[in-house]
Design a binder for this molecule. Sequence first.
Ligand SMILES: *Cc1c(COP(=O)(O)O)cnc(C)c1O
Length: 432
Amino acid sequence: MLQDNTLRHVQSSDPELYSMIERERERQRTTLQLIASENFASKAVMEATGTVLTNKYSEGYPKKRYYGGNQVVDDVEQLAIDRLKSLFSAEFANVQPHAGANANAAAYLALLETGDTVLAMRLDQGGHLTHGSPVNFSGRLYNFISYGVTSAVPDGSGERIDIEQIHKLAVEHRPKLIVIGATAYPRVIDVAPVREIADEVGAMVMFDAAHVAGLIAGGVYPNPLHSRAGKGADVMTFTTHKTLRGPRGGAILAGLELGPKIDKAVFPGLQGGPLENTIAAKAVAFKEAAQPDFKGYSRKVVQNAQALAQELIEQGFRLVSGGTDTHLILCDLRTFDAELSGKEAQEVLDKAGITCNRNQIPFDPRSPFVTSGLRFGTPAMTTCDMGVAEMKTIGSLIARALRFRADEVKVESVRKEVVELTSSFPPPAEKD
Ligand SMILES: *Cc1c(COP(=O)(O)O)cnc(C)c1O
């Protein structure tokens, strides 16, 4: 099953690093990858990342470069831009941000002045560091005001983004920008009511689709640039490596009017030379995401998340918002075992070969370092062709490892079952 050694140069020139890469490859192959922001890029994406395009300096944009020799690179970047615009029906695209955080920084730099007021989601209820955390540049340079989710209710209709609160805060603080999109929120976010509020107070709307870009491309999540009610978000930022299954990186979409400002903010505002090898790999991923089978993949990602959610509920866990519409599940451990923290659960599951992350749940009584929740996602294991049956198995393995966490033999037996399960569902890098 193992692929031929394609790293023979690393192996001979740097055996120390080579053995680390092989150890990581083994880890990815023999454990379950349930981190909601992770995925397995295709071999074509990885090949493009490792090409001679890494050798070229190309500060600027296609046909507007500062260095010579960019004839070919111009074609590569233009191909990525054109494919991306077509994938999301956008007028403007910038494919240079090195990551999602850089894309957000560039969008803020384009749209805001230092000190401007921005509304965004609370970090402890699903928002991202770049949505105004005091330890992040965003919280230091701009005046972020946070909105959150509604309280939990027994029928599962709570813990949704609190639109009334957004409205109240927008009227009170008159933000220049309202940011929506999250890093730990299991439900679809409708841009229409936020757009309405923004129009009422004269704000712009930015949708941070870091997590859901692939679901949008795959047609299982509404495109925030094109709200049902008419005009959608002004800007959409995202990562290319999460549900979109491309290389690690970021990108920005917008309408034509904002294009020049965004281009200027990315370069020379924020970054130097673009990573054209990564941009080539983004082009590959955008082409893959435009194929009909990516729609099938995206549907399976959501079906799998819903199947895993159902099994976790049957095992006694409470899910934030009662379930999921997306690739992501936020699991409240307290109904399963009041003593069990997210930190301990993550450590036990790591021993069992089930990789996930602890996460605060809305109104969490525990600190962000300890937490009462776990976050799970299905994009990576769906890429390995797992389906609903495997999700049921995984849900019961999670519960077993956590229920019998004091018994090393029982945790080890879960680990063995994980190795057996993963051996039938290898990542794309291990296949021909
Ligand atoms: C992952 C994420 C980011 C940042 O992406 P990086 O590539 O890690 O910089 C930004 N916003 C949200 C909502 C995210 O989930």
